[in-house]
Design a protein around this ligand. Sequence first.
Ligand code: FES
Length: 216
Amino acid sequence: MADLPSASPDLDETATRRDFLFLATGAFGIVGAAAAIVPLVSQLEPDASTIAAGGPIDIDLKSVAPGQMIIVRWRSRPVFIVNRPAKLLAALQSQPLVALLSDPNSQNHQQPEYAANWHRSINPEYGVLVGICTHLGCIPEFFPNPSATTPTNAWPGGYFCPCHGSKYDLAGRVFKGVPAPYNLPVPPYCFVNATTLRIGENPPGSDYDFDSIVQL
Ligand code: FES
């Protein structure tokens, strides 16, 4: 395991979104100063050539404690896997929170049909998100706990992008009034069994193509 992430490259006003995505990818592996420290898990990942080819990777969910998140690489991108206990799931459904979100029911095509719901997942307990901000491509930081002041005032818990202040909840749903226009993407994934998640492969009957989403 290695500590991970958070990317907050300086903003060059002339930078394109592609430039930003490159910078964010290059910064993958830097530890955020204030965000929760997140382990990068690799024990079940296949060899480097399989990862480079975008092949499926298996994750042992026993490594993700309730309320915690791990990050794995898939297609060279960070994928957030968060264990959301009942208390967090209840918070995701609270009407005061939902009223602050741009797309609370996943109507924009940023996820497979099997995750087009309020929790944006197959099993509500586990969130699976590509950790690339839909504004300019930074890696959002994990601040799971509500706070009066950190990383912003009246923080409800979720992901905060330090680049320009975009906010997402723990289902990757973007808040209104921030630069990011869409929810965080959901990759293709399925459950091999109750404790093994496979990223890069759809459940039987789905032909979801990750390249078809609106915004990476
Ligand atoms: S890249 Fe600008 S807010 Fe995330």
